[in-house]
Design a binder for this molecule. Structure first.
Ligand SMILES: C[S@@+](CC[C@H](N)C(=O)[O-])C[C@H]1O[C@@H](n2cnc3c(N)ncnc32)[C@H](O)[C@@H]1O
Length: 203
């Protein structure tokens, strides 16, 4: 099963919570996001819908047709959803915020780098890039079949991130780091308490 099939299957079985993530509520309340926002890999749309309900104009994208169709049919105010591969985006206009939660560890280092560079180009000056990813210090890192540096396949692919490397890359692209943290206790889901990285970078 490909990763795309894995996520199609995951969301067609309506797995995953519809509650907004604690990262979404954190960046909305503490970073005070406003304006428009593009979400890369929106999954079942829980965070996109949350941002739209707070008044942001939201463009959610995912590789999965089923979840994009379901979200589009909701006709929710301030939202639009499209099937897109976020690692190969062209000119989609300008955004005040690019939001990526638990998605950059779903793709290779090269694809993630392309995405970060795309985000810089797509942001307005002062715009925010909000990232939450699994860290190399996550207990899942090392489980499954090793397929590259810090990359493993269990039932799907994950490439665990080193915070210092990502911060250096973001600074190299031109971002300023507004907020960064690596910790457990931030993305608790059922029995899972992964070690994760949060970064907010400003153009
Ligand atoms: C772990 S889920 C996270 C979903 C959502 N951001 C959340 O926090 O609930 C990863 C999502 O990224 C999507 N995804 C992975 N690679 C993608 C790509 N290259 N382009 C678009 N979506 C992708 C998957 O289809 C899946 O919906």
């Amino acid at each position: 099963m490909s990763d795309k099939e894995f996520w199609e299957d995951f969301y067609s079985n309506k797995k995953g919570t519809l509650e907004p993530s604690s990262f979404a509520t954190y960046v909305f309340e503490e970073i005070k996001l406003s304006g428009n926002l593009v979400e890369l890999g929106c999954g079942n749309g829980r965070d996109s819908i949350f941002f739209a309900e707070q008044g942001l104009e939201v463009f959610g994208m995912d590789q999965c047709q089923s979840t994009v169709s379901r979200l589009s049919e909701l006709n929710k105010e301030n939202t639009r959803f499209e099937v897109q591969d976020f690692t190969a985006l062209g000119d989609l206009g300008k955004f005040d915020n690019v939001y990526s939660r638990f998605t950059l560890h779903s793709v290779s280092k090269e694809q993630a780098s392309r995405t970060l560079n795309w985000a810089y180009g797509a942001l307005n000056d002062g715009g925010k890039l909000c990232i939450e990813v699994r860290s190399v210090n996550d207990e899942l890192c090392g489980q499954g079949t090793e397929v590259g540096k810090d990359a493993y396949v269990t039932d799907h692919y994950r490439r665990f991130v080193r915070m210092d490397e990502m911060l250096e890359e973001l600074r190299g692209i031109g971002f300023q780091i507004t907020y960064s943290i690596e910790s457990k206790g931030l993305a608790v889901y059922k029995e899972e308490d992964p070690s994760i990285i949060r970064i907010v970078a400003t153009k």
